[in-house]
Design a protein around this ligand. Structure first.
Ligand SMILES: [Zn+2]
Length: 252
C-alpha cells in the first residue's frame, strides 16, 4: 500500500537551469524507472516543452520560464512518464503511432505499470495522495507529428525524426543549427528498453543505424545526463552488440 508514512514534498519538481533558454525539470520522488527528464526550451515566438512528466502533480505552475507566450507541449512518445502531464497544456503534440496514449489507452501509456511498481514514490505530492488511485488524464493531441516535420520556435527550428523501436511512435527532435538532439527514450545514457509491450527490437536496430547519421552534437535524453556525440555512438554500438550477443540477425 502506498502513502503509508511518506512525507509530502513541497516542491514536487526539481528545477535545473542548463543554459540560457534551456531548463531541465525532474521528479526526484518518483521511482528511477519513471523519473524522466522534462526539458523547457525558450523560443522567440513559441516555447517548447519536451515531455511532461508523470502527471502526479501539476507541472504548469512549476515552470518558472512560462509567461504569456504560447507553449507547445510535445511528448517524445506515449509512455506515462513522458506524457502524464501533457493534458495541462493547450497545444499537445505526439507521433500518430503513440497518440492513443493521450486518449487514455493504458496499453500505450502503460500507467498501470507505475501503479504496480513497489516504492513508486518516496514522497507524496499532497496529503492523501494514493498510488492506487493514480490515473493518466486523457486529452487528445492537437498536433500529430510526422517524420520530417519542423517545430519552429521563431529563432530556432527543430526537425522531427521518427525513431521507432522503444515504442512505435518514438520521435527525436534535432536542432540542425546547434546540434541539440532531444532523444526521448530512443537513446539516453542508461540501459535502453526494447522489451516493453509495444517495443520492436528489429525496428530499434534500424533506428540505431539512423542515429549514426544524424547531425547531432549532444543528446538531451528522456532519462539520465546530457551526453555528447561520441557517447551516443558508444550507446548505439553497445545496443547493437547486445543484440548480436543474443543471436539476433540485425546488429551488423
Ligand atoms: Zn518510454
Amino acid at each position: 500500500m502506498s502513502g503509508g508514512g511518506l512525507a509530502v514534498r513541497d516542491r514536487w519538481f526539481e528545477r535545473r537551469p542548463v543554459e540560457p533558454g534551456l531548463t531541465l525539470y525532474r521528479e526526484p520522488a518518483v521511482h528511477k524507472w519513471f523519473r524522466a527528464n522534462i526539458w523547457y526550451v525558450r523560443g522567440r515566438d513559441l516555447d517548447l516543452l519536451v515531455d511532461a512528466g508523470m502527471g502526479i502533480a501539476p507541472l504548469r505552475p512549476a515552470l518558472e520560464e512560462m509567461d504569456d507566450r504560447p507553449v507547445l507541449a510535445l511528448a517524445t512518445h506515449g509512455h506515462v512518464d513522458h506524457m502524464g502531464g501533457l493534458h495541462e497544456f493547450d497545444r499537445r503534440a505526439i507521433h500518430g503511432a503513440d497518440a492513443a496514449a493521450l486518449e487514455g489507452d493504458d496499453g500505450v501509456h502503460l500507467g498501470p505499470f507505475f501503479r504496480d511498481t513497489p516504492e513508486a514514490v518516496t514522497a507524496l505530492p499532497e496529503s492523501g495522495w494514493r498510488l492506487a488511485a493514480f490515473t493518466v488524464e486523457a486529452r487528445p493531441a492537437t498536433r500529430i507529428l510526422r517524420d520530417g516535420d519542423t517545430i519552429d520556435l521563431g529563432d530556432r527550428r527543430l526537425a522531427v525524426v521518427h525513431l521507432p523501436g522503444h515504442s512505435p511512435g518514438s520521435v527525436g527532435l534535432v536542432d540542425e543549427r546547434s546540434g541539440d538532439f532531444f532523444s526521448g527514450d530512443v537513446i539516453y545514457d542508461g540501459r535502453l528498453l526494447d522489451d516493453l509491450p509495444r517495443s520492436d527490437p528489429a525496428r530499434y536496430e534500424n533506428t540505431m543505424d539512423r542515429l549514426r547519421e544524424l547531425p547531432v552534437r549532444r543528446g538531451l535524453g528522456g532519462h539520465g545526463p546530457i551526453f555528447d556525440r561520441a557517447r551516443m555512438i558508444d550507446l548505439v554500438e553497445d545496443y547493437l552488440a547486445g543484440r548480436r550477443a543474443m543471436g539476433c540477425p540485425g546488429g551488423h
